[in-house]
Design a protein around this ligand. Structure first.
Ligand code: C2O
Ligand code: CU
Ligand code: CU
Length: 470
């Protein structure tokens, strides 16, 4: 489905498209490569894990980004990736441990690394780091207690985020702790599912052009780099860690009509499981769900589609799930975590508008990103209320670095439960109110739209958190 902006852009570019009207053996030369039919139904690939060295309370590892050959949905491609893998290797950390992660840029282009969603200091996150080919940077931090959950990592070089992320630079990150120790969760079968769209032509992941500025969506929907794989479940209760690693595609997930019991959002566990019939994941967003498999058979994980104007469709199959023939049905946990009730009595309210106007004007509070300008200030030790206001025909997923927040209301409707998040979707014309505790660190960081193309085009702002007074 083309949204209105994109349709207009295509009209502008009509000349090129007509000139491209050549056809090679029944298939337009600009057509995307499709995986072979036999590809569907291959076993869900296990994610490679990044080897960590644990010594004296410090976990260290090296992550390398390079351009290398790989297989994507069964197709041979050469693309940008981490550790030679698509998606990047799973990084598994524990609450409380000190981490020293060396990132080495072996790409032919500048890049950097962002550990998305972690409550680490702006200095450790270092979102303005610029690493030339061959350069390395050590990301060093302590994993906060209470942050057990599902996160991910990707490049964060302004202007280059979308092409590098779309090409394949994305990987999952899991933090262990807290409710992971509950017997109900330990008995469940855990699967990390990285959801990401691609578009492949002539063995390359198709690059970005100006036409993609509004958000590029590939036609190849993958789960852990596989096309419509089969997950043969070993147990009757699944714990799915879901990550939307797309630059611009939303996923509205459904698993053959089974209830999805939400247990965690971006920033970790919620109070108790919340049953959902489907789950919307905006770009950058994560969720964990428990699924009880009631009977033998096969279920389909599908994307029901998301239209920013409201409504769903078209639906697309992502993965099939085969239920084991026997095995006990496990109970769901009743209590997961105590999610803090933030005291917002004394809070200051600031407004953050998300602006998009035709053709390619993207900004926050009416201005395009400038890394040398401070757009908002906050004070360490306070809880602020931010009203995120969409001034656009489209939906935008708002994201803030370093400081997890809670959604209080959407379009005036109170949020039904407390949850820590770092991404929240702001639909067209809506206002979403969030509460942001600025704790633990002062420093300067960014907030932005997580449609990576919008971010690259300036839909990002700078917040300076001033040190606590006296
Ligand atoms: Cu997922 Cu600014 O990042
Ligand atoms: Cu982030
Ligand atoms: Cu946006």
């Amino acid at each position: 489905m083309l949204d209105p902006h994109r349709r207009r852009l295509l009209k502008l570019a009509g000349g090129t498209l007509v000139a491209g009207g050549l056809v090679a053996v029944g298939r337009p030369i600009w057509a995307d490569q499709r995986p072979g039919l036999a590809e569907a139904g291959q076993p869900l690939p296990a994610l490679g894990q990044l080897p960590l060295q644990r010594f004296g309370g410090v976990a260290s590892a090296t992550l390398v980004a390079s351009t290398a050959p790989a297989r994507l949905a069964g197709l041979p491609v050469t693309t940008m990736l981490y550790h030679g893998q698509l998606p990047g290797p799973l990084i598994r950390l524990r609450e409380g441990e000190h981490v020293r992660l060396t990132f080495r840029n072996q790409l032919e282009v500048p890049s950097n690394l962002h550990l998305h969603g972690l409550h680490t200091s702006p200095a450790a996150d270092a979102p303005f780091t610029h690493l030339m080919p061959g350069e390395a940077h050590v990301y060093e931090f302590t994993v906060p207690n209470g942050s057990a959950g599902t996160y991910w990592y990707h490049p964060h070089l302004h202007g280059q985020i979308a092409p590098q992320l779309f090409a394949g630079l994305a990987g999952p990150l899991v933090i262990e702790g807290g409710a992971d120790a509950l017997p109900e969760l330990r008995a469940a079968e855990e699967q990390v599912l990285v959801l990401k769209d691609y578009s492949v032509r002539h063995g390359q992941v198709r690059g970005h052009s100006l036409l993609d500025a509004n958000g590029k969506q590939g036609s190849l929907l993958t789960v852990n780099g596989a096309w419509r794989p089969l997950l043969r479940a070993q147990r009757r209760t699944l714990r799915l860690r879901l990550i939307n690693a797309s630059t611009a595609r939303y996923f509205r997930l459904s698993l053959g009509g089974l209830p999805l019991h939400l247990i965690a959002t971006d920033g970790g566990f919620i109070g108790r499981p919340v049953p959902l019939s489907d789950l919307l994941l905006a770009p950058g967003e994560r969720a964990e769900v428990l699924v009880q498999l009631p009977k033998d058979g096969t279920f389909e994980l599908s994307d029901l589609g998301y239209q920013s104007e409201g409504g769903t469709g078209p639906a697309q199959l992502l993965m099939r799930l085969q239920v084991p023939e026997r095995g006990p049905l496990l109970p769901l946990p009743t209590h997961l975590a105590d999610v803090e009730q933030l005291d917002t009595q004394a809070s200051r309210v600031q407004q953050v508008t998300l602006n998009q106007s035709f053709p390619l004007n993207f900004g926050m509070n009416g201005r395009a990103f400038d890394m040398n300008r401070v757009d908002l200030q906050a004070r360490q030790g306070t809880v602020e209320l931010w009203d995120l206001v969409s001034r656009s025909d489209a939906a935008h997923p708002f994201h803030l670095h370093s400081y997890p927040f809670q959604v209080l209301s959407r379009g005036g409707r109170l949020e039904p439960f407390r949850a820590w998040r770092d991404v929240v979707n702001v639909p067209s014309g809506q206002t979403v109110r969030i509460a942001v505790p600025f704790r633990d660190f002062a420093g300067t960081t960014v907030y932005h739209c997580h449609i990576a193309e919008h971010e690259d085009h300036g839909m990002m702002g700078v917040v300076q958190v001033l040190p606590q007074k006296g």
